[in-house]
Design a protein around this ligand. Structure first.
Ligand code: UGA
Length: 431
């Protein structure tokens, strides 16, 4: 299915969005061209082609605008509907963007497990090894979750999904992540975290009923803020990386959609999430790989050789926070492009509330791996890193009982166990 989907509907970065009306205009333009030519043969040919197209369309027509695309045929629709089916009283049907990603795959599984309907979408980009994303997809598939291959910039594909399923919620986790990579590929951040976000919001705004939206912001929005622990009320106007800036922009953009169109929006500021099936670009993951392969690791140090620290948060805690947010998000209030009343707009920190330094992280990994790391200390390059993060989580705690339960030592043990079972001791499958 995926390959056919690709052929019919390639979703590449920078691809121009085609509005529904453009088809119509194109058609009219073609027609007037035919009429302006004076050759009878042309006219006959045009009529013949028109009849052919019309019969093709009516044959495949199911009352939906784009049902004649083969990726969106009956079989495809049924599969999507099945995946979205709710199997508990008062359950929800959730569109999870970035469902082949680290947090996305975990959240999708947790929702399905408790009886909610789930459909995923992911563009399977190669920011990190796509085979890991495919393995997550296979895991979701085994649990009855369909993952559609597509980019969140593809408005047509998103609208089609909303035509097929009246999603009650969107868990928006598709993004260009990574703090330091923003210097290498700035436009990928704008593409996914800004343009993609707006496309998704436009589709959600137009959907009837509108879904409630929960999405991933980032602890990095606190930037150069040095008041600890970070509270949602602290200033977030001094981002240290383009990544952080695009997440901050997302918070402002979602606010406008809440304000104008009545979309219920919850932004979650994740604090350095780690765990099984994690992201290979993150420090705990690449350190593990390098330690096992006997390769050196680079440990950054801050000003005056101060250790950097992160409020590392275990994936299961983050998943609980995501589900808690979905459960308390209330309804969107708009329809037909206008809001009918106020809708929730919320922002929560989801952290662990106990920062750990990077050298301590390495120490824990050494212990679990029973191997010594070859550490190279390097002064923190000016590439977007912040010296430390530390979440105040009282807001999420009082709103939906968020209470992180896994410390770094325990969480990394689970990660290492997964890593060894997935890649093997020698990491021979690691690229
Ligand atoms: O909290 C967040 O919102 C962010 O958390 C992480 O960003 P970061 O905390 O920088 O996570 P890592 O890239 O795993 O780095 C963790 C620590 O290790 C350090 N590090 C990283 C890489 C390296 O080679 N050496 C090294 O010492 C970093 O400076 C940082 O202090 C994620 O990668 C971001 O996508 C996410 O948005």
């Amino acid at each position: 299915m995926a390959s056919l989907e690709d052929e019919e509907f390639p979703s590449t970065p920078g691809k121009v969005k085609i509005e529904r009306s453009h088809h119509h205009h194109g058609f009219v333009r073609q027609f007037s061209l035919v009429f302006s030519s004076n050759t009878g043969t042309m006219l006959i040919w045009a009529l013949f082609l028109f009849a052919l197209t019309a019969s093709f369309l009516s044959f495949h027509q199911t009352g939906r605008t784009y049902s004649y695309f083969s990726w969106a045929d009956r079989r495809w629709e049924n599969e999507v509907r099945m995946s979205a089916q709710i199997q508990r009283p008062r359950g929800m049907s959730v569109l999870v963007t970035g469902a082949a990603g680290f947090v996305g795959s975990h959240v999708a599984l947790a929702l399905k497990k408790r009886g909610d309907g789930v459909v995923g979408i992911d563009n399977f980009n190669d920011y990190y090894d796509p085979s890991l994303k495919r393995a997550r997809q296979a895991m979701l598939k085994r649990r009855g979750i369909t993952l559609v291959e597509g980019d969140i910039n593809d408005a047509k594909k998103l609208s089609k999904l909303f035509d097929v399923v009246a999603f009650t919620h969107v868990m928006h986790l598709a993004a260009q992540a990574g703090v330091r990579y923003a210097m290498e590929n700035p436009h990928s951040y704008v593409h996914s975290n800004i343009a993609g976000l707006v496309t998704l919001l436009e589709v959600c705004k137009a959907a009837d009923p509108q879904p409630s939206i929960v999405w991933a912001s980032s602890s990095s929005v606190y930037g150069l803020n040095d008041k600890v622990p970070f509270s949602e009320l602290d200033r977030t106007d001094q981002p240290a990386s383009l990544y952080a800036a695009t997440k901050k922009a997302g918070e402002e953009i979602t606010h406008t959609y809440n304000h104008i169109y009545g979309l219920s929006i919850t932004g979650l500021r994740f604090f350095t999430v780690y765990g099984p099936w994690g992201r290979p670009d993150m420090a705990y993951f690449s350190f593990t790989r390098n330690i096992l392969q006997g390769k050196p690791i680079t440990v950054y140090r801050g000003k005056d050789r101060l250790d950097l620290a992160r409020d590392f948060t275990y994936i299961d805690d983050i998943v609980k926070g995501c589900l808690g947010s979905l459960d308390t998000s209330g309804k969107s209030t708009g329809s037909g492009g206008r809001k009918r009343g106020p809708a929730l707009y919320r922002i929560f920190n989801l952290g662990n509330t106990s920062p750990v330094t990077v050298p301590s992280l390495v120490g824990i990994l050494e212990k679990h791996l029973k191997m010594k790391a070859k550490k190279r200390f390097v002064d923190m390059p000016g590439n977007g890193d912040v010296p430390f993060t530390h979440a105040n989580i009282s807001s999420a705690q009082s709103e939906f009982g968020y209470r992180p339960a896994t410390d770094l030592e325990t969480g990394l043990k689970k990660f290492v166990r997964w890593y060894l079972s997935y890649y093997g001791y020698h990491g021979k499958y690691v690229k």
